[in-house]
Design a protein around this ligand. Sequence first.
Ligand code: GAR
Length: 220
Amino acid sequence: MAKKLRIGVLASGGGTNLQSIIDGCTNGDIDGQIVVVISNNPEAGALNRATNAGLTTECINHRNFSQRQLFDNAVVQKLLDNRVELVVLAGFMRIIGQQFLDAFPGRIINIHPALLPAFPGLHVQQKAIDYGARFSGCTVHFVDGGVDTGPIIIQAVVPILDTDNDDTLSARILDQEHKIYPQAIQWFAQGKLKVDGRKVSIIGHTQKPDAVLINPPLNS
Ligand code: GAR
């Protein structure tokens, strides 16, 4: 059997994306194994999910560090200790510093609950509603030195309904996050992602030119 990609997941919150990756590794959708789950938040539901799945967990509380660099160093060391090959940010609410990036060049990916480059940063579901956008969605991208600016791997689009609030839109987006993140990780595990500047291509993957969405729908 082919060697499994060694995945390290960083999560700060409830961990539903982590769960989708755990499930993907278990059911064979991802040719990988999660070798460590790290959280900066001792209360993170992600840590419980990881424990329930029998995974190695580490809580590295950023509040215990006087500088971000020192926190980053501690996280990087844990990832190196566990011989992590791909760092997966799954609702990780800390910014990654340059030395962290340099430790895993081209090997850190993130999921963001908006259609980048629109709405980077925080509270983006509400921002998309307030803007009056007709669509939002989610984006998996490589992490670079900016905030939510790295090369885009895959996106899913969801309509924004007139009746939406932050919770309903976030839930609709989250459902799609759970589909596209395992897929992106599998492409990475298979060595199918080719990065050329800002552009990512998926080797051998066919695209659909008629994958058009219109919201609100046309009359006919
Ligand atoms: C997800 O919606 C993820 O896209 C977002 O946090 C949520 C985590 O949910 N990430 C960011 O906003 C990163 N800036 P989860 O803990 O249930 O996976």
